[in-house]
Design a protein around this ligand. Structure first.
Ligand SMILES: *Cc1c(COP(=O)(O)O)cnc(C)c1O
Length: 399
């Protein structure tokens, strides 16, 4: 069934662009050889793979040989963190630092390592969702093997002081990993200028296909082999390369970088209008910093309602949104990110994330404001919590 939906969940995934789809088909038609084969079809595939590596490297200011293709952001995060942890452990360093608002691909990898004897420090964030550079600096010890801080948060869009944290890590000689999955293709990135040693990215967050991503590792920084087998990816990640997906990702990344400024300006204009519109709903609050946020990210808490019901009713009205990250929706636990910025449980439950990009329009924004206002009012009318608040039997958490 095809009906016109307003898609406002670009942080969960983006629609594969026409150019990326064409590049993928083209790869299947022309570059079906195995890049490890010595014959011509193999060598043509190898050349195409090299072109994609050049494109990805250029997008973040890296060298092509510093790029390792992966199956996506989660794998890149896992490989970076486990590799740095095990390398550190060989030198007696078993302390890892990350933040309270990371993606689960980082947090759950850290949890696993803590079960294996590593000590993990979770640096807090302030009420706007931003990590303080001095907090990271203060948590670095003699035995710290890795600092991992995301570039921009996937739920509330908060952009972190990456270059400054990187400078601290560089000075203290601690490897610095950045989950830049939400930032690549959307914000300018330069791994040298920003002092980044390892960086994760994922194709499907910038209109490439799912199942393709990359890990950047600064030359000279150790990267352990994650998948054993053939010599692909400089021996660090075995397996015949997923060339169609890799070429689709590279095409999408090239487009995103070529149009970054105009896309960001457009998304930011829509974001600001949406924030203004939703702020008019009484007892609502924007989550995340007003200024230092991803161009298309809007995240609100509405007091007295459940995020899940809000999402379903918005879906009925033709609006695809999210209550937070795609990985946590479906579970009843409130978002760890909203809890980390100090939202109490009952308020964190009533959250709504709308993530816009260059494909959205001002008409979309107007329709979202109208529909959300109606749905919030409707749900509040039925909510015993809301009635208790209105009768003064409970205190509002959001004024
Ligand atoms: C989407 C996302 C990931 C996971 O990437 P996949 O390619 O889906 O595995 C990791 N980190 C952040 C911040 C993300 O938004």
């Amino acid at each position: 069934m095809e009906h016109a939906m307003i898609y406002a969940d670009n942080a969960a995934t983006t629609k594969t662009s026409a150019a990326a789809r064409r590049a993928m088909l083209d790869a299947m038609e022309r570059f079906w050889g195995n890049p490890s084969s010595l014959h011509s079809p193999g060598q043509q595939a190898k050349e195409a793979l090299q072109t994609a590596r050049d494109t990805v490297a250029k997008a973040i200011g890296a060298q092509p040989r510093e790029i390792y293709f992966t199956s996506g952001g989660s794998e890149a995060d896992n490989q970076a963190i486990v590799s740095a942890a095990k390398t550190g452990a060989r030198k007696g360093k078993k302390h890892l630092i990350t933040t309270a608002i990371e993606h689960h691909a980082v947090l759950h990898t850290m949890d696993q390592l803590s079960k294996e004897g590593f000590e993990v420090t979770l640096v807090p964030v302030d009420a706007s969702g931003i990590v303080k550079v001095e907090d990271v600096a203060a948590s670095i010890r003699e035995d710290t093997a890795l600092v991992s801080v995301m570039f921009a948060n996937n739920e509330i869009g908060a952009i972190q002081p990456i270059a400054e944290i990187g400078a601290v890590c560089r000075e203290k000689n601690v490897p610095f990993h950045v989950d830049a999955v939400q930032a690549v293709g959307h914000l300018p990135i330069d791994v040298s200028a920003q002092n980044i040693d390892m960086l994760s990215l994922s194709g499907h967050k910038f209109h490439g296909p799912r199942g393709a991503g990359a890990l950047y590792v600064r030359r000279g920084a150790p990267l352990l082999t994650f998948i054993h087998g053939g010599a692909q990816e400089a021996g660090r990640r075995a397996g015949t390369e997923n060339l169609p997906a890799i070429l689709g990702m590279a095409t999408a990344l090239e487009d995103s970088c070529a149009h970054m400024e105009e896309n960001a300006a457009h998304a930011a204009k829509l974001r600001d209008a949406l924030i203004d519109g939703l702020s008019k709903i009484p007892h609502s609050a924007l989550n995340g910093d007003r200024e230092r946020r991803l161009p298309g990210n809007v995240n609100f808490c509405f007091e007295g309602i459940e995020g899940e019901s809000l999402l379903l009713l918005l879906d009925d009205k033709g609006i695809a949104a999210s209550s937070g990250s795609a990985c946590t929706s479906g579970s009843l636990d409130p978002s760890h990110v909203l809890l980390a910025i100090g939202r109490p449980h009952e308020v964190a439950h009533g959250s709504l994330r709308l993530t816009l990009d260059q494909e959205n329009t001002m008409e979309d924004v107007e329709a979202i404001i109208k529909a959300t206002t109606e749905v919030v009012n409707y749900l509040r009318d039925m909510s015993p919590v809301w009635k208790a608040l209105q009768r003064g039997e409970r205190n509002y958490v959001i004024q």
